[in-house]
Design a protein around this ligand. Structure first.
Ligand code: PLP
Length: 395
């Protein structure tokens, strides 16, 4: 088998092809498996690489297939799947960070991660520095002897600011730390952080990888020994296990990931370029636009610019948010991203700076976001129909 991305999305990690085995494997929903005292122990400490499946909180055939496929797609040794993207990121933080350790975190990233780090991790005695990870010098300046982990999200939700993964990996490693990259928005079609030097890749599988908005999930990909520890701590002990039925839906969605990402990207380009020419639009953020301040980095680091754009408007943003919510028809006013159908949600700058990014450079964030961004997860409908919907709604 030639293991290109297209092929891996369909076949990566497949089991033996024997006569009579299903071409589309059904989800294995059994929580328990025939076992034998010689084959399995009862403690997480007894788990070995070749321990057979015996309880789904340890491992499960459907989860194993998803994990093998994700590891192959990201070029990592192993993967651990989780109940959600948040469980994946916080599971990795819990593995790597203890009281007295220091975390360097992008000042703009998914709000839940920023809030968790700024509140819960600090309560646990972990020091957290929020830095502008788009600026390697700022990351270098934030490194300390006790820095264990640098975590960045690129592109970053919701303003699509990028981080140079190779540059930040070199800085993290020179400081004796590791780098984890949340690559949810890029997907394995758009970027492979491990090839650029990252130690861990995190995904919310809820987004593009599932693609249909009907299953929550998350994953961390990295070296085998670290993934075995992560499984022990986060799944066996903390219980953040992905439902095998959700894993089945995610695997099903992943079969079309490359096709969907091509369409998401083409539609995002058409809509971003149209929005840039609209009189009411102040700024459009999308890594594929020539006007993106990091367009060179985007071209160097990403093979596909994904389907998430954000834009701000001139004048009263809150009034425009109500107007769009009232008038958009095809495009749903809804949170989340990466689904087949187009979604739009307004994120006011004052609110997110106060609740989620208190350490961000407010002037710089406001430059990208204005008084608020309309985050658009561009779907795979007809681009002309999406544009027509925004056209009548923006007025
Ligand atoms: N990472 C990014 C970049 C996200 O956008 C999100 C959710 O929006 C998450 C992580 C969290 O994922 P989940 O909702 O699956 O917990």
């Amino acid at each position: 088998m030639t293991e290109t991305l297209s092929t891996l999305l369909l076949h990566g990690g497949d089991g033996p092809r024997t006569v009579g085995t299903p071409v589309s494997p059904a989800p294995v929903l059994s929580t328990t498996y025939y076992a034998h005292p010689d084959a399995v122990g009862f403690s997480a400490e007894d788990l070995k690489a070749d321990t057979p499946h015996f309880y789904t909180r340890w491992s499960n055939p459907t989860l194993e297939l998803l994990e093998k496929r994700l590891a192959l797609l990201e070029g990592g040794e192993a993967a651990v799947s989780f109940a959600s993207g948040m469980a994946a990121v916080t599971g990795l933080f819990a593995l790597k960070l203890q009281s007295g350790d220091h975390l360097v975190l992008s000042d703009v990233c998914y709000a839940g991660v920023a809030e968790y780090a700024g509140q819960a991790l600090r309560r646990q005695g972990v020091a957290v520095s929020f830095v502008d990870s788009a600026d390697p010098a700022a990351v270098a300046a934030a490194m300390r002897p006790d820095t264990r982990l640098v975590h960045v999200e690129t592109p970053a939700n919701p303003i699509l600011k990028l981080t140079d993964i190779a540059a930040i990996a070199a800085i993290a490693h020179a400081g004796g730390a590791e780098l984890s990259v949340d690559s949810t928005i890029a997907t394995p079609v758009g970027a492979n952080p491990i090839a650029l030097g990252a130690d861990y890749v995190c995904h919310s599988l809820t987004k593009y990888l599932c693609g249909h908005g009907d299953a929550l999930g998350g994953a961390v990909i990295g070296r085998a020994a670290a993934m075995a520890e992560l499984r022990k701590q986060s799944l066996i002990h903390l219980g953040a296990v992905l439902s095998p039925f959700s894993a089945y839906l995610i695997l099903r969605g992943m079969e079309t990931l490359e096709l969907r990402m091509a369409r998401h990207e083409a539609n995002a380009r058409a809509i971003a370029e149209w929005l840039e020419g609209h009189a009411k639009v102040r700024r459009v953020n999308w890594p594929g636009l020539a006007s993106h301040p990091q367009a060179d980095l985007a071209r160097r680091q990403m093979r596909n610019f994904s389907g998430l754009i954000s834009f701000s408007v001139h004048g009263d943003s809150a009034a425009m948010a109500r107007r769009l919510a009232d008038r958009l028809g095809l495009v749903s006013t809804a949170v989340s991203l990466g689904k087949t159908k187009s979604l739009c949600f307004y994120i006011p700058t004052d609110d997110i700076l106060r609740s989620s990014f208190p350490a961000a450079d407010a002037a710089q964030y406001r430059d990208w976001a204005g008084d608020g961004v309309f985050r658009v997860s561009v779907g795979i409908e007809d681009a002309a129909a999406i544009i027509a919907d925004f056209d009548q709604a923006l007025g």
